[in-house]
Design a protein. Structure first.
Ligand SMILES: Cc1ncc(COP(=O)(O)O)c(C=O)c1O
Length: 385
């Protein structure tokens, strides 16, 4: 049987067994509507409340400042639109390497008459806080910069950006979908007003996420209906999902630090193993200030899709650029923004490691990649002179 190695944890993760156990009663036993006043409803409400408490404890924020949503995408839409629409018109600042959930939301706001600045990034994929300072105008209504990009994993200087935003009285939204539960986040020290985070990147279920909203932040709801979530997000809560999310976060509290150390070492082993055996390969993003488990590599003169498909035949799951855009033959907009030449950018492959990744997995990937890249380069030297 072919060995199977999953190195696509930035796309999604397996649900932690403790999370499955915690969620299970909430499908068929505790099925009341948490808005109902009877006992069935109260039991469901208690599950939601416990989850909110767990997440609030982890983030060190009051529970009533957390709103549950249907995913990181909704949290990003809510965060950015909620801030902008509360002010009616104005200017929004974001970066060129945001997830589409932010980029396309900002574009949608532009179509409604807002203006926007898309900040450049350096060769490591980092925003320069000074560029944020220069971009702020009297009519700037929101700044949205992600904590780390899913593809390259470079951590952004959020604390500096937060400080500059505070000086100018501009609220800051941070997409922390890739960092929440993987690296420490302190919303007060980092000057974050809104924070998006999602369950399925941290061994929780898909289709549930959160938005932290700092008390006093002027926001409007973008989903209208009932009185749920203190009238900030209408719709019956995804009770099993929320319960699972709370448990996943509690488990992260126990496992995050040790796992970060372990997967960082494995990621280094992967990069060093490949670099020793494959010529013309580079590691994208900042070498140290980065997500623990993410390794984005570029293989010059090879097409990333060919590597992804070749590794798939070996039972290995990696992605070409971000999962949301794979299948797209354009080079990744993130790597283009970082200034990578086309002959490198077309050969980008992301491996993202997680709690089940072992040293044997990594060695198997290295042993599979080296001959594959050699074969592809001999067969089809993409862009070779
Ligand atoms: C940085 C970032 N933001 C937002 C999202 C969207 O999250 P979700 O899949 O929960 O909608 C993702 C998912 O890949 C992401 O990586």
């Amino acid at each position: 049987m072919t060995r199977r190695v999953y190195l696509d944890h930035n796309a999604s993760t397996p649900v932690h067994p403790e999370v499955v156990t915690e969620m299970t009663p909430y499908f068929a036993d505790v099925y009341g509507n948490p808005s109902s006043v009877h006992g069935f409803g109260r039991d469901a409400r208690e599950g939601v409340d416990v989850a909110r408490e767990r997440i609030a404890t982890f983030l060190r924020v009051p529970p009533d400042q957390i709103v549950f949503t249907s995913g990181g995408t909704e949290s990003d839409n809510f965060g950015v639109k909620g801030l902008a629409l509360a002010r009616g018109r104005g200017h929004v600042i974001t970066s060129r390497i945001e997830h589409h959930a932010v980029l396309r939301t900002v574009q949608a706001l532009e179509a409604q008459g807002f203006t926007a600045t898309y900040l450049p990034v350096d060769a490591y994929g980092a925003v320069d806080p000074d560029d944020v300072r220069k971009a702020i105008r009297p009519d700037t209504v929101a700044i949205s910069v992600m904590h780390a990009n899913s593809e390259v994993g470079t951590l952004q200087p959020i604390t500096e950006i937060g400080r500059i935003a505070r000086e100018h009285g501009v609220p800051v939204h941070v997409d922390a979908v890739q960092t929440f539960g993987k690296v420490p986040i302190d919303v007060d020290a980092m000057g974050i007003d809104l924070l998006s985070f999602s369950a399925h990147k941290i061994y929780g279920p898909k289709g549930v996420a959160g938005l932290y909203i700092r008390k006093g932040t002027k926001m409007v709801a973008i989903q209208h209906g009932g009185e749920h979530e203190r009238r900030r997000r209408a719709g019956t809560e995804n009770v099993p999902g929320i319960v699972g999310f709370g448990k996943a976060v509690e488990v992260r509290g126990r496992e995050m630090h040790d796992e970060a150390r372990r997967v960082s070492a494995l990621r280094d082993r992967l990069w060093e193993g490949i670099a020793a055996r494959v010529p013309d390969v580079r590691l994208n993003g900042h070498p140290t200030n980065r997500l623990p488990g993410t390794a984005s590599l570029c293989y010059r003169h090879v097409e990333s899709e060919s590597i992804v498909l070749g590794l798939d035949l070996k039972g290995i799951a990696v992605s070409a650029g971000s999962a949301c855009t794979s299948g797209n033959v354009e080079p990744s907009y993130v790597l283009v923004a970082m200034g990578l030449p086309l002959d490198w950018a077309m050969g980008a492959v992301r491996s993202s490691l997680g709690r089940s990744t072992t040293a044997e997995d990594v060695d198997y990937v290295v042993d599979s990649v080296a001959p594959l890249v050699q074969k592809l380069r001999q067969a089809l030297p993409v862009g070779a002179a």
